[in-house]
Every structure is written in C-alpha cells, then in structure tokens.
Design a protein around this ligand. Structure first.
Ligand code: SF4
Length: 467
C-alpha cells in the first residue's frame, strides 16, 4: 500500500531525514569504488525502488525532485508535469484527467508548505533525463554526479516581429484564436482568418486543441504568414518529444514565424484519440527554457551549435480561474523566468477573480515584466456553457453568467453582450495588456465583438507600461 498522503503530511520530517541521508551518502563513495558502480547499482536500485515506491509511488525517473516538490512525486501527474500545476485542476482539487485523484501538485504545495525550506517548489525543474530512467538517484548522490544545471541563462536576445512591436507599443492588444481545420485545403483555413484581417494583432493557431487532431499549427501558421497575417505558432508538449519540437521551432523560424506559445497541452484522454500515446517529454516551463536556449545561447538542448539561432517571441498560458489560486502567480513566475514574455489566460468571465490574481501579481513584483492578454469570448448558449464546463479543462463560468444565458430570449446576442461588457471591464484594469478572443469556428463573431467593443487595431486604447 502506498503511503503517499502520509509522506506529504510528514514532509518536514522526511526533509530532515533526507538532509541527514544526503550528508551521509557521499561517505559511501570509497565503498562504491571498491565494489564497483555496476554492482552498487544492482544492490541499491531494488532498495531505493521499494522504499520510495512505498512512500511516494516513485517511478524511478532518475531525476528525483521529491525534496523540491513537497515530497510528492510529480511523475504521478498524468502529464508528468514537473513544473505544475496545469491549468486544468478541477474546482474540488481533482485532477483534470483522473477526477478521483487529488492533483499531485496540490499535494506538492501542501507538502512544501510544511517544509522548513519550501523554496524548491517555485524553482523551475529540468525535464526528465530518460537515459537515467530506472537507475538509482542515491548512487548518483554517493558518487557526486547528481549535477543540476544552475548556470545563469545567457543574455536575452530580443525578438523582433510585428506582434512583439505591438506588445511593446503599449496600446491595448487584440489577439484571436483559430482552430486549424480538418481539411487539407489551405483555403479552408484562410477563409476562417479573413474576417479578422486588420482587426487583430495576432492569430493563435491551436496545436491539437482538446487533444483532437486538426491541421498542424506550424503549417497553419506558415499559411497565415504567407497570407499577410501575424500568426502565433502554438506548441503543445503532448505529441512530440524534444527532438521533434526543436526541429519544428527551427522550421517555424525559417518560415518567418517568431511568435511561439508554449503549452503543456491537454491529455490524450480528453480528445478523440484516447488510444494515442501521450508524450509529455517536456512541460510548458521546460519547453520555454529549451526555446529560449535555442534563441539566446544558439544551441540545441544537447549543446550542439546552431548555424543561425531562431528569432523567437515566447509566450505561455496561466489560468487564474482554476485552483490553486494562490499558487498561480508562482506558476507564472516560473514561466517568466523560463523566458515567457506574453501570457494568455483561459476564458475570463469572472473579472473579480482576475482582479484577485492581478493583486497577487503586483504583490509579487511581477507587474511590468510581461504582457498579459486575457482570454475571453462569447458563450452563445446554455448548452455550450455546460459542454465547456464538462469538456474544456480549467474553464470557469460563474453562476451569474449561466443565469443570464438561461433567461435570455436570444442567448447568442446575450453571449455577445456579456463578452463585450467583460472586455470593457478588462480595459479598465491595470496590468491587462489586451484580450485574446476565442469563439470556435465563429470568427465572424470575433470580428463583430472587436467592432462592438471598439477594439480595432488602430484604436488608441489605454497604454500599459512594460519594460
Ligand atoms: S490536474 Fe494537471 S497538474 Fe494536477 S495531477 Fe492532473 S494533470 Fe497533473
């Protein structure tokens, strides 16, 4: 039987125990040299596997982060999130994928809050080194090659591009989201983007949204760029490993696409191919770090040099509307530290909850370090609202919105009104750089909302100071 919950509740005791253990382990180095590392591995591995398996449901990933993660093993997260939580935590704290499981990262935060030194939980963690899977982390502590990369990141190379310039201009931003079509005909994509021409600063092309298969985000971004739009290439960690993702980033940059939105992505269980293998070789934070390294150090993750580094303007997402609300700012901080400069949020229909998040951002001193583009969009029927609550991870629709939709004689018009009112309130908030409009396959409606909310791209909105 696993003692996982017990370990979190006794994180402070286990922390003290580990500190003593970690001091003693290197003293065994001579012994390990004498019996040989291979034999030591054979002796230690089953012991470590049994003990850590019992206490933490350890998966022997080879890159133990227990002491930095509140004594909760992140490998038990269905997305293997090493820098969680994801944005899909359910209102009751249940996991997005396995509702009966309490989110592993809520457990980690709980454990960290009991520890003498809880700072590890907010440090970005490197992705798993799969070549170490199944090997003893204790042995590496004994022989002293448990090295972590703590070197300061190289100086940031500022990206150049129309969207980056729009962000820096300080005017109120408008971006929109398009789900690439289930079609091999480019015209089907271009037709969706047409109503948005001249109205938005950038168009985000989703990468297998909701774990459903669609035209590739990279191809869609390239097609839009060729047609004179400013695309945002979205990269989800669900479907590709670090080799494929780096190749895609290089290809995107070569095609003139600078804007890259780094997300972990929905689990395959949420989509129409639940039989597919979820990859999650990286998470959003390690993906950002990898992309930043390509741009700033001019190398792949392996250290191999790039002939021409990619020009990248990096973004990420946060969800202020899903628990744990207090930890969302720490999550944001990790993404900023990893290189994100623009941040998109999940649908905002609850402005007070966003305001609480903005207060925490200010208290943490993060304001002015990034461009916050708040997601919103028209919810055009009660049926759609219920469907979103059931199927879109991390969506929060307040009761007041549900009631308005239920009472409306024309829910579509009411949905548009609610959206326009929300945008008007968002424009008044310090720290909001713009809005990100989402309306699945209703791009015409996005165009109408941009007009009705007086958000035309050339409109001189309020200015936000961003370094
Ligand atoms: S809610 Fe997200 S972060 Fe938490 S355990 Fe589930 S998949 Fe992992």
């Amino acid at each position: 039987m696993s003692l996982r919950r017990w370990s979190v509740e006794h994180a402070r005791f286990l922390e003290a125990l580990w500190q003593v253990f970690a001091r003693l382990l290197p003293r065994l180095r001579r012994l390990v040299e004498w019996i040989g590392p291979a034999r030591a591995e054979r002796l230690l591995r089953p012991l470590e596997r049994s003990l850590k398996g019992l206490l933490f449901e350890c998966r022997m990933c080879g890159g133990c982060t227990l002491s930095a993660g509140g004594m909760a093993c992140p490998m038990n997260c269905p997305k293997c999130h090493r820098n969680g939580p994801c944005g899909g935590v359910r209102p009751d704290g249940g996991c997005e994928i396995e509702p009966a499981l309490r989110c592993v990262w809520l457990e980690a935060l709980d454990g960290a809050s009991r520890m003498r030194d809880p700072s590890g939980i907010s440090r970005p963690q490197a992705p798993v080194d799969h070549s170490l899977e199944g090997t003893s982390a204790w042995l590496r502590t004994i022989v002293g090659n448990d090295a972590r990369e703590d070197a300061a990141p190289p100086a940031e190379r500022r990206a150049s591009g129309a969207f980056e310039r729009a962000c820096r201009s300080g005017r109120f931003l408008v971006t929109a989201e398009i789900t690439p079509p289930d079609s091999a005909n480019a015209e089907d994509l271009l037709a969706r983007a047409r109503p948005l021409r001249g109205l938005v600063d950038a168009i985000n092309l989703t990468d297998g949204a909701g774990a459903h298969c669609h035209m590739a985000s990279l191809a869609a971004a390239a097609l839009l760029a060729r047609d004179g739009h400013e695309p945002v290439f979205q990269v989800a960690c669900r479907d590709r490993n670090r080799i494929a993702i780096q190749a895609d980033i290089m290809g995107a940059a070569a095609l003139g696409i600078a804007n890259v939105l780094c997300i972990t992505g929905d689990h395959v269980a949420a989509g129409d191919h639940p039989q597919a293998r979820p990859v999650f070789d990286l998470d959003s934070v390690s993906l950002l770090e990898l992309a930043r390294r390509m741009r700033d150090a001019g190398t792949y993750a392996s250290g191999r040099k790039l002939a021409t580094p990619p020009n990248l303007f990096l973004g990420a997402t946060v969800n202020p509307f899903a628990p744990p609300y207090e930890a969302r700012v720490a999550n944001l901080e990790r993404k900023l530290a990893a290189g994100a400069r623009f941040i998109e949020t999940q649908y905002c229909l609850d402005v007070p909850r966003l305001e609480a998040f903005l207060r925490r951002v200010r208290e943490s001193g993060l304001e002015g370090r990034f461009h916050l583009i708040v997601g919103t969009g028209p919810i055009v029927s009660v049926r759609l609202a219920r469907w979103m609550l059931a199927h879109v991870p991390g969506v929060h629709i307040p009761e007041s919105v549900m009631r308005r939709l239920e009472r409306a004689s024309d829910p579509l018009r009411e949905g548009v009104r609610i959206c326009v009112e929300t945008i008007q309130r968002l424009r008044e908030l310090d720290g909001v750089a713009g809005v990100h409009l989402m309306a699945h396959r209703r791009e015409q409606l996005i165009a109408e909302i941009v007009e009705r909310a007086s958000l035309r791209r050339d409109h001189e909105g309020k200015r936000t100071a961003v370094a």
